[in-house]
Structures are given as C-alpha cells and as structure tokens.
Design a protein around this ligand. Structure first.
Ligand code: AMP
Length: 372
C-alpha cells in the first residue's frame, strides 16, 4: 500500500502505479515502433525538460529504430495551475534543421506548450514534428494540433510523480500521485484511557490534520475561568458529559476558523448519537462527511490501569478517584458505545488493536489511514 505524499503545503494521494505506467509506455512505444519500422527517417526525440526526463528515458529504451535525442527547457507552471504563458527557458541542445522531430512531453494540459514548441520547431527549420505525451488531459486540451501518441489520458487534476512536480518537488517518485482536495474528518474513538490523546498528535502531524479534543478545549476554558469553563467544571469532575450544544458549538467554531490543514482529527467528539447527527449536519453544509472512525480497542481491565497511570502523570481531576472513573466508563458504555453501530451502518467504522507499545498502535493507525 502506497502512502500519501506531503509536498510543501499539499497532500497527494496515490493515483497511477508504476506498473500501469510501464505498461502504457510499452504500448505507446509499440505504436511508434510500428510507424517507424519501414521509415528512412532518423527522427530526433525532443525531451521537454524537466518533466519528461523519466518518460523520455523509459520511452527511448523501447524504441527499435535509429533516433537522436536533444532537449529543451520550457516552463509554464507556477504552483498547481497552468499560467497559460509558456517561456523558453533554455534553448534546444541540438539542431533540428531538416529533421523529423518527435516532441516528448510528460503531460499535455491546455496545449499552450505544444503550440509554442511547434512554433519554435518551425523557426528552427524542422522538417515536421509529431507529439508523444505520457499524459493527456482531454478535458483541458484546447488546441487543434493532433497529439500523435498518448500513453494515458487523465482527468483535469493536478498530479505529481514520474517527472512531474509541485514547485520542483515530487519528480523522483516512480508512481503518479494526485492532489488530495477533499477535507478529511477522522474520529478517534474508544473508551476513556484507550490512548486517543497519546495517538492523536502523531496522527494529526502525519496527515496534516487539526487535532481537536473537546476535553482539552473544555479544560482550557476551565483553566481560563470562563463562564463556559465554570459551567463544565462540575459535570467534568463528576465524570458526566457536558451538554451537547456546548461541544457542538466548539467543534463548529473550529471547522470555521482553522485553515491550512487537510482535515480534522476529532478526539472525544462525538460522544452521543445526538452529537454524531449534529456533526453530520455540519459536514453536510460543506458537502463533506466523516472519513473514518478509528476505534482503539483495549480490554476493560486495561482501561482503569491506564487511567490511573495517566492520573499520576497529568493530575486530571476526572482521573483522580475510582468513583469518577467508574462513572466515566459507565457513561461511555451507555451514551457513547451506541455510536459504534451508528458509524458501522455508515460504513466508516474501523477497529484498531489498541494494545502494545505506542509506536505499534501508531503504525496500525497510519496503515489504516493511508489505505482509506
Ligand atoms: P476527555 O478529555 O475527552 O476524556 O473529556 C473529559 C471530559 O470532558 C468528559 O468526561 C466530559 O465531561 C467532557 N467532554 C469532552 N468531550 C465531550 C463531548 N463530546 N460531549 C460531552 N462532554 C464532553
């Protein structure tokens, strides 16, 4: 299973595997071989740097007729959108005068680059030219120039890998990745003491998520002595839940204000069916839904043990005595456990073995998340 790629500020998910790319190159090379099998021409492959370095190399290895290679460096992308303006950055490294040229491109998008290349080749006296591209975006190609050889067609998405970059990163990967534009909404689920807080930081960091713990937010309000904090204090210290509207408001506020992340990691929310329904409504407004509920499974006897251990380290008031802990566990069974069926029915519930070392559990979670 391939991992997502994080390049600069963006996340890319696996899109086309190397095996499939190789097969497509085999097929396009076979077509070119057929066309040139009986030809007297010694065509010049024009590698359009930097993007088509890998494709040109792979293609050349498969060509079974005499050919030359030269390159040219052009640049038309700035960030993730085509600027529509093609610049000739570096001239051609050899002569094309009187020769047949096969332009070798990594990707044909709007077609502006091809238009410019054809113009440059005319100016330099090429006899004629054909275009061979690894990828074509038919939905955005607007020119009349025929694209003679196409290895693969793709939708109008931003991709990286196999020579293609996002601001110069990503060219070296042998698979192709696509920009992941969907916000992710993960719920870290499990009884008190299951290790949600411990796992959340690593998971949030790895997947560029905003870790949102309603317990931490409430404790923050209590520490500041706000009205909300004062109201929540007695309930929290008794091991009971604070009212649904309070936590729902805090979550919605987070969704509306946090920017620059690929999603949210909810920890300690939702804790009731009503909260889960409220969450669905919030997400529906932005055409999103819960990506996955990652449920940390630990045996009952381990719950109390872990809470006691945490009490010694963190000194949380709601961890302090057996009665509160028992109440929290009872509240979990009564109010929160029904969420398992709620999310199972939605097809987004996944159980992870929460026993073992922190690293072991972290890896299990990461493996699940990259597979989604
Ligand atoms: P936690 O840190 O997640 O164990 O939360 C500590 C306490 O904060 C809980 O026992 C509840 O009293 C309160 N709390 C946290 N999240 C919620 C929630 N989603 N709904 C109601 N109460 C919550």
């Amino acid at each position: 299973m391939k991992n997502n790629l994080k390049l600069h500020d963006k996340t890319f998910k696996p899109f086309i595997e190397y095996d499939k790319i190789e097969k497509a190159i085999d097929e396009v090379a076979a077509k070119i071989n057929k066309d040139y099998a009986d030809s007297e021409e010694v065509p010049v492959l024009l590698c359009v740097l930097n993007g088509s370095i890998l494709f040109t190399a792979e293609l050349m290895k498969r060509l079974e007729f005499k050919c030359e290679i030269i390159s040219i460096k052009l640049s038309s992308y700035s960030g993730t959108r085509s600027t529509g303006q093609v610049r000739e950055v570096m001239g051609m490294t050899g002569s094309v005068e009187g020769k047949e040229v096969i332009i070798v491109e990594d990707i044909v998008d709007s077609g502006r680059t091809i238009l410019d290349l054809k113009r440059i080749l005319d100016e330099k006296g090429a006899k004629n030219s054909k275009v061979c591209t690894m990828l074509l975006k038919p939905a955005s190609y607007k020119e009349d120039i025929p694209i003679d050889y196409v290895a693969m067609e793709i939708p109008d998405d931003f991709i990286v890998g196999f020579g293609l970059d996002y601001d110069e990163l990503g060219r070296n990967y042998k698979d192709i990745y696509v920009l992941d534009t969907n916000m992710k909404y993960f719920i870290l689920f499990g009884p008190p003491g299951a290790g949600k807080g411990t796992q959340a930081a690593a998971m949030a960091e790895r997947f560029n998520l905003c870790h949102t713990s309603t317990g931490d937010l409430l404790r923050g309000e209590m520490a500041k002595g706000t009205e909300l904090g004062l109201k929540a204090k007695a309930l929290i210290e008794a091991g009971s839940l604070v009212p649904d509207e309070v936590v729902e408001g805090m979550i919605e506020n987070r969704f509306n204000t946090v920017k620059g992340v690929d999603g949210f990691l909810l920890d300690g929310f939702p804790r009731t069916i009503a909260q889960a329904e409220a969450l669905d409504k919030m997400l529906y407004k932005t055409k999103n839904k819960v990506t996955a509920v990652v449920s940390l499974m630990i045996p009952d006897e381990m719950i109390k043990e872990r809470i006691k251990h945490r009490a010694a380290i963190e000194g949380r008031a709601d961890d302090a005595n057996d009665e509160t802990i028992a109440n929290r566990i009872a509240t979990y069974h009564e109010k929160t456990e029904p969420l398992i069926d709620y999310y199972r029915n939605a097809g987004v519930y996944f159980e992870i073995d929460g026993t073992g070392t922190i690293e072991e559990v972290r890896e299990r979670i990461a493996e699940l998340c990259v597979s989604l």
